[in-house]
Design a protein around this ligand. Structure first.
Ligand code: BES
Ligand code: MN
Ligand code: ZN
Length: 496
């Protein structure tokens, strides 16, 4: 369940709440809500600014408990950083940190005045949407595989009201729908691979379809895919006891006959590398190798919850990549669904091998308006762009521009890499139409080039989310990226 969001216009000093949040900049500049609280409380905030107890540093916060002259039980004073350089990214950071601090307090509901602060180039609707999404992101807890606690749980944050009026309601509704999509993606990606198998993902997709109007689900199993000729996808899955599935969700929110938009997401539920086995350290992160599947499914959930007036399909090829006596091997030549043959030079370059068949099937089955795939495809993309931007590749400049704009709007950002024909030569093979790896250089791009060979004639873009789909570290969680980017892209398309 996401946080419950609402809008309100009460004055900060008189609103009845367990906690209100107000912002202060560095160098002693108060936001207007902080100014009102300060005045009503006889200078409580300014006194602490003078003493240095409150710094205003971005992401910091301090709690005033039961301040006199204030109706709320608590005031969380949130640092905004230096006012002159305040921008959208900082706004997202401070709203996120404020919600984290709030989550550590014994309160179930709060009122935020952070949505009143000015953000250059952004309007009130944007501020409400970003604050709501950042708050829900901070409030999410992964609990699925812990022992159920029988003790009474401490009070948990459940609701936030933001300063704002009826004009921001539509943005808040969008945020609620997108937050549901982000939660869906994070929960699915965080689950361990002994639970989150291809069959499990298919079950989640089916359950969503069963519970929502205008949504239908179809699933192909390994027998059906064999008949249809998914030679590339099936080779990857052959070494695992967890059998492959091809999952398709359809949403008919638009006019009958309107071409659908299509998402395709890499759903490798665990990537051991196969016979080209990965090194042990860090292999556990490869449970997140279905992050693309989680991302496109989450964006699909968001689109349905928003009731967007468009047609959308979401296709997830899902397999587990394991070493076994029946595994595919380096030097195998596969015949893909498209008919193109592929020489396997590394079984760890498996994502492209399941995506190529899924892309072919999606184009043939749905004749989509546009296809976007999302995949934790290459370590090379993480080397190139780090953890902050997803890699974007497309031969369609207009589509690339749309996706980059959606990333800037939501701060779920992507950065473009070229798909020039110059790179295609790296995929030449002496034994098949194409090789599945492109050598030492430009690994993210040659992976994109491989996919481009299966999307001829399609309006198509590829998002490499290897660096952005989860947070590093032993306790690092799935981020839900690029749900927000894709949801925003769909919103913009539905407004055209
Ligand atoms: N799932 C990995 C990519 C990956 C690696 C994502 C690390 C996130 C972090 C993918 O299947 C893979 O193994 N790619 C290989 C490709 C190589 C064999 C050409 C890689 O990036 O090393
Ligand atoms: Mn791999
Ligand atoms: Zn992989």
């Amino acid at each position: 369940m996401t946080l419950q969001f609402s809008l309100g216009t009460h004055a900060p000093e008189s609103v009845d709440s367990a906690c209100i949040m107000v912002g202060v900049y560095e160098q002693g500049v108060l936001s207007s809500a902080a100014e009102r609280v300060d005045r009503a409380s006889g200078g409580l905030i300014r006194h602490q600014l003078e003493s240095g107890d409150i710094t205003g540093k971005a992401g910091s916060s301090s709690l005033l408990f039961a301040p006199s002259g204030i109706a709320a039980k608590r005031v969380l004073v949130v640092g905004l950083g230096v006012q002159k350089s305040f921008d959208g990214a900082r706004y997202q950071k401070v709203t996120h940190e404020a919600a984290r601090a709030l989550g550590r307090l014994p309160v179930t509901a709060a009122v935020s005045y952070l949505t009143e602060v000015d953000v250059p180039g952004r309007d009130a609707g944007w501020r409400v949407r970003v604050a709501a999404l950042a708050s829900d992101f901070a409030a999410y807890r992964y609990t699925a595989t812990f022992k159920p606690r029988d003790k009474a749980k401490p009070a948990e944050l459940a609701a936030i009201a933001f300063a704002g009026g009826a004009g921001e309601q539509a943005s808040l509704d969008q945020a609620t729908a997108i937050a549901e999509g982000v939660r869906f993606a994070r929960e699915l990606a965080n689950l361990p691979p002994n639970i989150c198998t291809p069959v499990y993902i298919a079950g989640q997709a089916r359950a969503f379809a069963d519970n929502h109007d205008k949504v239908s689900c179809s699933v192909l199993d390994e027998v059906e895919m064999t008949t249809l000729g998914f030679g590339s996808l099936l080779a990857v899955g052959r070494g695992s006891a967890n059998k492959p599935r091809l999952i398709a969700l359809e949403y008919k929110g638009g006019n009958e006959g309107d071409k659908p938009y299509a998402f395709v997401g890499k759903g490798v539920t665990f990537d051991s590398g196969g016979i080209s086995l990965k090194p042990g350290p860090g292999m556990e992160d490869m449970k997140f190798d279905m992050g693309g599947a989680a991302g496109v499914l989450g964006a699909f959930v968001a689109a349905v919850k928003m009731g967007l007036k468009l047609n959308l399909v979401c296709v997830v090829p899902s397999v587990e990549n394991m070493p076994d006596g029946d595994s595919y091997r380096p030097s195998d030549v596969l015949t893909s669904l498209s008919g193109l043959t592929i020489e396997v030079l590394n079984t760890d370059a498996e994502g492209r091998l399941i995506l190529c068949d899924a892309l072919t099937w999606t184009a043939r089955t749905f004749q989509p308006h546009t296809i976007i795939d999302a995949a934790t495809l290459t370590g090379a993309c993480v080397v190139a762009l780090g953890k902050h931007a997803s890699g974007l590749m497309s031969k369609h400049d207009d589509l690339a521009a749309e996706l980059l704009a959606a990333g800037e709007e939501t701060l779920d950002r992507a950065w473009r890499l070229p798909l020039w024909d110059d790179y295609q030569a790296q995929l030449e093979s002496g034994f098949a139409d194409v090789a599945n790896i492109g050598g030492k250089t430009a690994g993210a791009i040659t992976a994109g080039c491989f996919l481009s060979r299966f999307t001829d004639g399609q309006r198509w873009a590829h998002l490499d989310i290897a660096g952005t789909a989860w947070e590093e570290g032993r306790k690092g969680l799935a981020t839900g990226r690029p749900v927000t980017l894709l949801a925003q892209w769909l919103i913009s398309r539905s407004e055209e």
